[in-house]
Ligand binder design. Sequence first.
Ligand code: GDP
Ligand code: IMO
Ligand code: MG
Length: 424
Amino acid sequence: MSVTILVGAQFGDEGKGKIVDYISSNADMVIRFQGGDNAGHTVVNERGAFKLHLIPCGVFKKGCKTLAGTGMVINPDELLKEIDDLTSNGIDVSNLYISSRAIILMPYHIELDCLSESSGRTGIGTTKRGIGYAYADRARRDALRFENLLDDEYREIRLNRILPTINAELVAKGGTAISIDFLREKLNYWAARLSSRIVDAVSFVNDAINAGEKLLFEGQLGAMKDIDLGIYPYVTSSNPTAAYAAVSSGFPISKITEIIGVLKAFSSAVGTGPFPTEIKGSESYIFRGSGENIDDEFGARTGRARQVGWLDLPVIKYASVINGFTSLAVCKIDKLDEFDEIKVCVKYKLDGKEIHHMPSARELERVEPIYVSMPGWKTQTRGIRKYDDLPPNAKKYLEVIENATGVPVKYIGVGPARDEIITR
Ligand code: GDP
Ligand code: IMO
Ligand code: MG
């Protein structure tokens, strides 16, 4: 039995998809435990290049069960599109299950998110996938869940109860009211296509744990965008931190055996909010690329150019504290191959004083990152597969991360493809 939780240690897009695809070779079940199709998880393997938004990245492993878990908000149209796309690529999706307690992300959630973003009221720079509004409906007990697809009578009662409030909100925000017939039709279609995949995920997960299976929980986004612990209000609406896998799935935290923090060898973020180590101007091109390559820094969901910057150790340390990482996966070390000198932010100063905590977003906007410079390795790492073969300066770079967090680096990504990895 093993229960491994894998989460992002920065601002999202750390390379979670690649690492889940790699380690799911040793998993019986992979569970996405929060978020929705705001995620873009890139996988490059012998089957092709994929950007997954809702389906766990363990889907490529033959016979592995995948579960869209309870903590998720799922747009059924997007899920069906993803199922159909994978199926047409010859990937078997018959082992995909959906938690009966997962929230159905409705068309009006997307509309409300878009209206909010375009009004500039919040200025968060969301992915406009309706995520915040679906979670808000969950909190105010106005959401429909996948269990409602199995009961058309109750579904109708719920829809009638919910819709007046939703329509009032749509109109107040400058949108147009949505018709019950349109929604009823959609729900009927989703019920016809998805009902057979809906399970009681609490038993599904706990039975698997008790049967000694190997479970891998796949997080979405990263620690700094956690709704409670991140750069509020520039955050998502769920908890991309490890403990939430247990909270949302309903298994005891005592069953957790490993917590993997995934980070990029540098920093990136998309959306608004503070980003202390940002590199602006032409230098950022070295990290970002032109957008032509699968591993260039453009949003896997929205295509937006990501902000990029030097590695921010206060962020990694904070992520490590709040998640309790037992091991780290460091992706994209190959992207540092060309540098003569590599900068690493080791601490922050706020109003001239060193600080040892993660400040609020407002304070983070004005921290001064304190950098150390390390010599680069000026050697191609992409073809390397053994830790001992890494250039000494690359090993020193990894040691700086290990020393700062006290957590061993177990996986090192040296390219976007599944086999471009070093394990220790
Ligand atoms: P996720 O959201 O955490 O799954 O990450 P994304 O897929 O959004 O972004 C990570 C990007 O880095 C993708 O373009 C991956 O193809 C790429 N990538 C992941 N690991 C590596 C690596 O070790 N080296 C290189 N060059 N690219 C990588
Ligand atoms: P993966 O799983 C990077 C960001 C958005 C915005 C904030 C809130 O691929 O790492 P939301 O649409 O969730 O309400 O937007 O969170 N964001 C992501 N940034 N990677 C993601 O997912 C993201 N999902 C949301 O840009 O700042
Ligand atoms: Mg991503």
